[in-house]
Design a protein around this ligand. Sequence first.
Ligand SMILES: Nc1ncnc2c1ncn2[C@@H]1O[C@H](COP(=O)(O)OP(=O)(O)OP(=O)(O)O)[C@@H](O)[C@H]1O
Length: 396
Amino acid sequence: MDSSKHNCTEMDTRSNSSWRRFFKLWKNRSIKRLASFPPLGKSKGRSGRENPEFCNLYNFKSSLVNFSLADLQAATNNFSHENLIGKGGYAKVYKGCLQDGQLIAVKRLTKGTADEKTSGFLSELGIIAHVDHPNTAKLIGCGIEGGMHLIFQLSPLGSLGSLLHGSKDNKLDWSKRYKIALGTADGLLYLHESCQRRIIHRDIKADNILLTEDFEPQICDFGLAMWLPKQWTHHNVSKFEGTFGYFAPEYFMHGTVDEKTDVFSFGVLLLELITGRQALDDLQQSLVIWAKPLLDKDDLKELVDPSIGDNYDTEEMDRMVLTASMCIEQSPILRPRMNQVVILLRGDDRVSDCAVESPRPTFRRTYSEELLDIQEYNSTKYLSDLKQHEQVALGC
Ligand SMILES: Nc1ncnc2c1ncn2[C@@H]1O[C@H](COP(=O)(O)OP(=O)(O)OP(=O)(O)O)[C@@H](O)[C@H]1O
């Protein structure tokens, strides 16, 4: 018997059954409309409501503070090492306190030449300044004296990555993990479908999810994010950027960027929340490759983070596991869109307006869907493809 055919059929059956469960939820239960998170241009009390573009521009100009270097030095104790709270590939982030007592995070761009820093700064600013949602990082202002700086509200608990994979005694309980999954899904849905432009984040990962003191997640780091014009199905990039362990296969293979590449990364994030494991461990082993066979067998005992044990809500866990396995499907067409993810994760009763009143068509096929639809995949090929690409990419 042709084993690849066998695997392919198995995978089809599994996908079909996942989708059948989804459509059952979608059709059979009532979808309540909540006054959710309106797109920026529709917010109440803002002038220029009739003209969202103008409204955006107006808000952008009126609300952002321009900080001098002296302001930032005073706030951060002259960018002292003690105030350093984060370090990414592109920036150092310092904790600070303004004269009025407000706590801030100052992101100082560090990578590249002066021109590269300027273009990175403008690109991130251009996106984040127009993003306004409870589950995205809050930009307060910027400063261009003595370097390129973006100033955010401080997220007191730091990043999900540091909480989940940092201290051993500070493990997140299940209800917090579930809350973080839901909030992040809402934030990503907003970026994809509800804000002024269609935004692909391109670097969804645990380190880029900040947490407020009540564990509300906020998506941060829009350094790689891009606006996709509505009429474009996708964008192809030639420069390989982002974080290993979170890349969708079509990004590896073709540099294709669209909503479904973010959905894949979100699926990896869900796996991190479920398993407590890193997307790539110290031995560079991929979480997706480790988890895939366990997801296929629905082996919760092996999957679930030992620090959680049995202390979880079974229905919530089932929904998280189902959603994770759909989001990391090899073929983008089998992955749900974010408005479907929100429905899957919540069950059905608290579906936000974003899911129901998307300004863009819900089931639009993306380029990556078209591309991979014509290719035959099976579970074994998927895992070996992923392994091979990661080996090439990591040079091991
Ligand atoms: N507003 C904030 N409040 C608290 N901590 C923050 C804030 N913004 C960033 N950080 C911390 O700084 C880290 C790095 O920030 P950020 O991801 O924006 O930098 P980066 O250099 O663009 O990172 P990457 O290498 O992922 O692109 C975050 O993971 C987080 O720990």
